[in-house]
Design a protein around this ligand. Structure first.
Ligand code: ZN
Length: 321
């Protein structure tokens, strides 16, 4: 274990802990989310069967986003024709995380068939139906947007991510995701975790003299060790991430890197909503008007409402001219 980590607060919530297994030519990361999930999920009051996929998607989003170098916004979006129509989560390079889901309550009740209300194991086909998984990296106006899209294939979100890794010819990647809600003193709390390993290009791994067969064996070993993490361990707030990595990979002497923190924060603002409105013709705003004739726009991520009366609209459309 990294001696410098001793004595630090044990909570790894809302952080990513990157690591490298030099002996195997593999890098990885452990993401653990806690309060940021509560802020997003409990804030919306989503039913359990919607909350768990969202919690897992947020863990997947942070694991993938922090394995890329980007300056902007990484977005994960799942859409389908099932009870959960849409699930969106994004992470900015400075650590702001948010997410929301759109679902049909009636279809959801039918799909769950009067069970506990929890998302069943292997819930992807049941909750999302036929759909797709998309990743987008947006680095601002003057750069090209990167987008990867794959059909939603697999029983779990991790399966779907594996489909993406294979189809998009990424480096061999393995991921394990877990999420659970616990009730503590009458208050619900969500926790989620993602553990990811990725084979490094030979050059980066500094293992140019390792033959192909050895590389494959090393990769297989890394995946088996990663998969040996139990959901209980991944979600245990009392088990520090450094200790979990040591438990899993102690023979490989995991080398750990600086953690990065996340915080639940929405990027919506009146200026941004102004811009959105300006992109719509004023006469087409009728549907958005409330009974007092104000145009009200609600942010799906954080539920903030932005209201505009006619004087506000005059100002917006005047500045567009
Ligand atoms: Zn917002």
């Amino acid at each position: 274990m990294n001696p410098s980590s001793e004595g630090l607060p044990s909570s790894d919530d809302d952080q990513v802990l990157p690591f490298q297994l030099d002996a195997l030519g593999v890098r990885g990361r452990l993401v653990r989310l806690g309060p940021s999930l509560d802020a997003v999920i409990e804030g919306h009051g989503y039913p359990l069967a919607v909350a768990r996929p969202l919690a897992e998607a947020m863990a997947l989003c942070t694991a993938l986003a922090t394995s890329l170098k980007y300056d902007g916004i990484f977005t994960l979006q799942i859409s389908g024709d099932g009870p959960v129509r849409l699930l969106v989560t994004d992470l900015t390079s400075d650590g702001a995380l948010r997410g929301y889901a759109q679902f049909d309550s009636r279809k959801l009740a039918v799909a769950l068939g009067g069970g506990t209300g929890e998302a069943p194991e292997g819930y992807v086909p049941k909750l999302f139906g036929q759909g797709r998984l998309a990743f987008t990296v947006d680095q601002g106006q003057h750069t090209e947007r990167y987008q990867g899209v794959v059909p939603l294939e697999g029983a779990t979100l991790a399966d779907c991510a594996h489909t993406y890794f294979r189809q998009s010819e990424q480096l061999p990647t393995g991921i394990k995701i877990a999420a659970r809600r616990t009730v503590d003193g009458g208050t619900g709390h969500w926790r989620a975790a993602a553990l990811m390993v990725q084979q490094m290009p030979e050059f980066d791994a500094g293992r140019v003299d390792v033959d192909r067969e050895q590389r494959e064996d090393d990769w297989r070993r890394a995946v088996i060790l990663m998969a040996s993490a139990t959901e209980g361990e991944m979600l245990d707030a009392k088990l520090p991430g450094t200790r979990l990595l040591y438990r899993l990979f102690h023979q490989e002497r995991p080398r750990q890197f600086e953690r990065r923190r996340f915080v639940a924060r929405c990027r919506c603002s009146r200026t941004r909503i102004d811009r959105v409105l300006r992109s719509i013709k004023r006469e087409e705003l009728g549907d958005l008007r409330d009974p007092s004739s104000r145009v009200v726009v609600k942010c799906e991520f954080c539920s903030s409402e932005y209201a505009y009366d006619d004087r506000d609209l005059d100002r917006i459309y005047a500045s567009a001219a």
